[in-house]
Write a protein that binds this ligand. Sequence first.
Ligand code: ATP
Length: 260
Amino acid sequence: MPDDPILEIQDLSVAVGGLPYVRNLSLCVERGRFHGLLGPNGAGKTTLLRVLYRAIAPQSGEVRLNGRPQSDFSPAQWARHVGALVQGGGLLSGLTPEDIVEIGLTLRERPSAKRKEAVQDALSLVGLQDKARQDAESLSGGELQRCYFAQLLACDPEVYVLDEPTNHLDLHYQLRLLDEVRRRGRSAIVSFHDLGMAARYCDTVHLIQEGQLVAEGPPQAVLTPEVLHQHYRVDGRLDGHSLKLEGPVLDGTDPLRVFR
Ligand SMILES: Nc1ncnc2c1ncn2[C@@H]1O[C@H](COP(=O)(O)OP(=O)(O)OP(=O)(O)O)[C@@H](O)[C@H]1O
């Protein structure tokens, strides 16, 4: 049992259109720790995260925050504690980055002067201070991801739920923004495809396959050559924070061939 769980997921099952995409899954997020959710495409990572930020309800099982069931909280109360960076944005028409960050802050009861300051601070953190009043529809993919990151950083929830947060970000911002979440000492549950980044940031990783938890523990203990072979269909090994690949990908396909 973890020492100090902030979020407990107990025996969770989620079906979409009658098909089970998360099955009897239990895991704990420890207070102040970074947890990675790993697994191949379609494993169920986003589905699980969507339950955590209440976009969908589970068929069975329970999510608890500080020992209290999710159903004890109104959606707005929950969102104050558990904030999410999700895949794909919302409606942007007519909004600026300033508006997007400020909309997030309506969850927080802050005087308007403090709110303005928080918006500017968050936009500076993500390097968007010069684009604060531009039409958000004109932002690049990475700039938009930074804008949503700013919204979350301004709210600064107790638990950060990040679904592939490095999507569209250049290396500088991948490191800068995940460093910022870690610097704040918050709890985080984060889906990653980049196993090197997962190894760099996560205290614990949870490997999911076909909606079930198949392994969990420190990255170096979980991401063994056998696991890479079996679940990612590549041969390689984790060397510190670097993934060293050996030989072609399995199933007879060698994507590097086209570059040779
Ligand atoms: N609304 C939906 N309708 C139909 N199928 C869905 C829906 N949502 C999820 N699924 C299916 O559930 C399975 C798990 O999807 P999910 O997005 O959770 O996977 P993932 O691990 O996040 O994958 P990826 O790494 O590709 O983002 C997939 O097979 C997906 O097609």
